[in-house]
Design a protein around this ligand. Sequence first.
Ligand code: MG
Length: 374
Amino acid sequence: MVETVSYAVSESNSRGRQKSEDSPQGRSEFQRDRDRIIHSGAFRRLEYKTQVFVNHEGDLFRTRLTHSIEVAQIARSIARRLRLNEDLAEAISLAHDLGHTPFGHAGQEALNACMKDYGGFEHNLQSLRVVDQLEERYAAFDGLNLCFETREGILKHCSLENARQLGPLGERFLNNRRPSLEAQIANLADEIAYNNHDVDDGLRSGLIELNEFDAVPLVAAHLQEVRHIHPDLPERRVVHETVRRMINTLVTDLIRQSEINIAAQRPSTLEDVRSAPAMIAYSTGVNEMQRELKGFLRTHLYRHYRVLRMSAKAQRIVSDLFGSFMEDTRLLPPQFQSLAEYDRARAVADYIAGMTDRYAIREHRRIFAVEEGV
Ligand code: MG
């Protein structure tokens, strides 16, 4: 393994775990975090959670699981090139969406609306709640007892009100400080992954047509190049050749600009990183191009009437479920019933957030369809 730079997160500058444990044998603390995340129940459920398309809409679309794996791949490459802690970047990436509700953003918005009077619902905070409290795998503690830096990376953003309740983890939001470079990388790798796979999925679904991308500079530039080099290539391959070039452009630009920023800030410790401005960034030109792509996907894909129609259905399922459980907590599975004794709304939100798309649909049917059995 390449030696990391002095301002990378390492076992020696880590703030460690909340509950102290023996050191791992034959793997690093951050590899252990990654392994715990992969073995968690919440990680397996990502397979059946929507990214943009609901899980049953097609077998080839991204799910939260394949999305998270793509994020981890991109984050690892960038971390390695910058000689940062690759294992940490990977662990954060694999965990970053663990708190997502079923049905993607539609589900999250619906649950947040239901939770309006009970402290709200935020998927980022929920991911942290999953690894800190909800996973039940160890005799000695709740959650996965991950290292501070992994948890810090999972909590990408958070309101000041919530930050005040989070102790050391919330401090950076209150003091306007940055997380590790590994966390910054995972954050941008998330964006690179979804912008690119949503181009691919958008085309595959037929909701967007390839020539519509002529108006989007980041796609158009690469598309033209592919068409020029391979004039007779079938469209599916044109798409893949284009998307892989886009990912390469974004990753390469991000590495180069981040190197420039790091050289200008000259951090020598992790604390220098935390007090400096964010150093992992695109160049201005590429940043603008990827913002344009994001805007295009918002109007042409995320707000496509067929996506919105599915979202409306999803929102109804989530709010129906919430209403029923709030009214009668005896409908909850036993472990959530006991949680509900302390905080009814939060227990209901935890249960719903943990559901996969198909589980939520089935549960809705079990509660509302008269002809459905137990
Ligand atoms: Mg994500």
